[in-house]
Design a protein around this ligand. Structure first.
Ligand SMILES: [Cu+2]
Length: 269
């Protein structure tokens, strides 16, 4: 019944593009049905009180107050419904998500580090070898610096972009961090967000189910330009992603090797 009426559309919730997003929307729908029922119920009760206790009918104040237990029973009913929401929907949804963590690792997910900063996002990809460089936070040169250790061979083919590009129908694990204050990395069409905390890499994961070009935003008030802290995200076909990532990785590797050659030549002189 809930899905048939599709309240998410009614509520103006943007379209979902993630594998797990339907469950999130379902919960939002149920919570809104419940709030709607409460709103109607309390409004009727309020109107009933206005009518029943009107001055013309009750010229003398009663000092006994309510003598029946109807309102207590209603309160208990509300508590029960809230418990069902929490135990029957919210917790299982959370369980399902956290339980998946081990499984997601085995599915060859795309891994990207997300570096939030005042005021934007940068993305660090591990390159063709699939291995991230060692991260050394003491190397931070500018705000948003991914802090890649230049001496780590695993990082020779790592590349950094300003747009998040990931393939469709494949799990994505984003390791979210920040170089300055606390931000929040939020992708609304993917029904996911994660705080970006300096000094920590916190994973968030999802699986896009459709190609899409959308914006990502900062969901945590982080400074005077917070309102403009938005970036771009592209979900492309698996082939398009493969080609693009290989190209970026190759270019990064060539650049690193050229720089090393130049440094060696300079050292010889
Ligand atoms: Cu921010």
């Amino acid at each position: 019944m809930f899905t048939a009426l599709n309240w998410s559309k009614w509520l103006g919730i943007p379209e979902n593009y993630a594998d797990h997003g339907g469950n999130v929307d379902h919960l939002i729908d149920i919570v809104h049905w419940f709030m709607f029922a409460l709103f109607v119920g309390w409004t009727l009760f309020f109107l009933f009180c206005l009518w029943k206790f009107r001055a013309s009918n009750n010229p003398k104040a009663s000092y006994h107050g309510v003598t029946n237990h109807v309102s207590s029973h209603m309160e208990i009913g509300v508590v029960i419904i809230e418990a069902v929401l929490l135990l029957g929907f919210a917790f299982p949804l959370w369980w399902e998500r956290t339980d998946q963590w081990e499984e997601v690792q085995k599915t060859d997910p795309v891994r990207v580090r997300v570096i939030a900063y005042q005021f934007g996002f940068k993305y660090h990809y591990p390159g063709e070898d699939g291995k991230f460089a060692r991260i050394d936070r003491t190397l931070v040169a500018t705000t948003g610096d991914p802090c890649i250790d230049p001496d780590d061979p695993n990082g020779y083919d790592d590349f950094v972009t300003t747009v998040l590009k990931i393939p469709v129908d494949r799990n994505a694990i984003l390791q979210v961090t920040s170089t300055d204050v606390i931000h929040n990395y939020s992708i609304i069409p993917m029904r996911i967000q994660q705080d970006a905390i300096p000094g920590r890499d916190i994973p968030m994961w999802f699986k896009p189910i459709q190609k899409l070009e959308t914006s990502v935003v900062c969901g945590q008030l982080c400074g005077e330009n917070h309102a403009n802290m938005a970036g771009l995200m592209e979900v492309v076909s698996q082939n398009a992603y493969k080609g693009w990532a290989a190209e970026q990785s190759k270019a990064a590797l060539e650049k690193t090797l050229d720089a090393q050659k130049a440094a060696k030549a300079l050292a010889k002189k």
